[in-house]
Design a protein around this ligand. Structure first.
Ligand SMILES: *[C@@H]1O[C@H](CO)[C@@H](O)[C@H](O)[C@H]1NC(C)=O
Length: 148
């Protein structure tokens, strides 16, 4: 009995953990649903490339920076400027808790990303975008994906 409980608990945790990495086409659908396609002139291909190079689609990714701030979620949004994690000073420009950026529904993530990309440097706000996505052929990111 105890063992069966343990096994189901572990597999439940594993399932939860796996659910935190979103499949490419599911990511496309979620970003489309949150109206990122065409936002500020960037296509879903652009957003998919960004999400992949930042997090490999891992919604629970957290990374600590040298300055003591942290980056959260699929777009690795920074706590110094955009969200508050109560660990260090934050401008909190997106006016949200950083933990909201780990939600697999991507609602807060998309809202904050819209705010960031609306600045004058657009997706160039993300250094990894500049290095790995900008100016490259990106159409294969949507290969085999349907948005319906
Ligand atoms: C996702 O990110 C979390 C937190 O950074 C990490 O512990 C986990 O191993 C990552 N998952 C995968 C599949 O890379």
């Amino acid at each position: 009995m105890t063992r069966a409980l343990l096994v189901s608990l572990v597999s439940c945790l594993l399932a939860l953990h796996q659910a935190r990495v979103i499949q490419r086409c599911d990511m496309a659908k979620l970003l489309y649903k949150e109206d990122l396609h065409g936002f500020e002139g960037y296509s879903l291909n652009d957003w998919l490339c960004l999400a992949f190079v930042e997090s490999k689609f891992n919604t629970s990714k957290i990374n600590e920076n040298a300055d003591g701030s942290f980056d959260y979620g699929v777009f690795q949004i920074n706590s110094h400027y955009w969200c508050n994690d109560y660990l260090s000073h934050s401008e909190n420009l997106c006016q949200m808790d950083c933990t909201e950026l780990l939600n697999p529904d991507l609602l807060s993530t998309a809202n904050c990303a819209k705010k960031i990309v609306s600045g004058e440097s657009g997706l160039n706000n993300w250094i990894n975008w500049k290095l790995h996505c900008s100016g490259r052929p990106l159409s294969y990111w949507m290969t085999g994906c349907s948005l319906a």
